[in-house]
Design a protein around this ligand. Sequence first.
Ligand SMILES: Cc1cc2nc3c(=O)[nH]c(=O)nc-3n(C[C@H](O)[C@H](O)[C@H](O)COP(=O)(O)OP(=O)(O)OC[C@H]3O[C@@H](n4cnc5c(N)ncnc54)[C@H](O)[C@@H]3O)c2cc1C
Length: 164
Amino acid sequence: MANRLSENGKNTVLILEAGGKDNNFFIHMPSGYSQIVPTKSNLNYGFETEPESTTNNRKLYWPRGRGWGGSSSINAMIYIRGHAHDYDLWRQMGNSGWSYDDVLPYFKKAESFNGEGDKDFHGYDGPLHVKKSERKDDELLDVFVGQNIERQGKQRSHSFCGGD
Ligand SMILES: Cc1cc2nc3c(=O)[nH]c(=O)nc-3n(C[C@H](O)[C@H](O)[C@H](O)COP(=O)(O)OP(=O)(O)OC[C@H]3O[C@@H](n4cnc5c(N)ncnc54)[C@H](O)[C@@H]3O)c2cc1C
């Protein structure tokens, strides 16, 4: 966001950040989040939720990033947009400019999709590089997803960032 606002060279953006610079090795190593997320540290607030009746009054561990990039610096790097229906609901609630048709051009503008994606939904020259996962070894996940699709009578989607 700060980059977009200042890329014309005329605007400057002041960023106030409680944490430090994002120069920890594990922030830049794709699976390094597994080293940062499990425990509270100077990179992770490591919050706990309040006990909730809906979780049998348990407190849940709630990691959050502290430093440049915030939680994006410690997250799992799965590229996922909100569902089209949710944006349309926001618009219906009176928030003009937030329907799925309104936000889709900005998702596309941000994205640089590496692969054969549907051009209606993907962007190809934005700053955020995205590609399809090449993992094919999760048989349990395949069964779980497959059975739910079948049960609900839906079609398998080729991208969870598509319109459906
Ligand atoms: C472990 C984990 C895995 C995740 N995996 C994914 C994923 O795979 N895909 C996905 O899409 N999303 C994922 N997310 C969620 C995603 O990272 C967050 O939704 C997103 O980063 C939130 O952005 P934000 O700007 O709202 O807040 P944050 O990114 O949390 O940024 C808030 C920033 O504000 C700073 N700050 C807070 N208080 C102050 C203060 N008083 N003064 C100055 N600075 C302050 C914090 O230090 C922090 O840097 C994950 C999140 C976590 C924690």
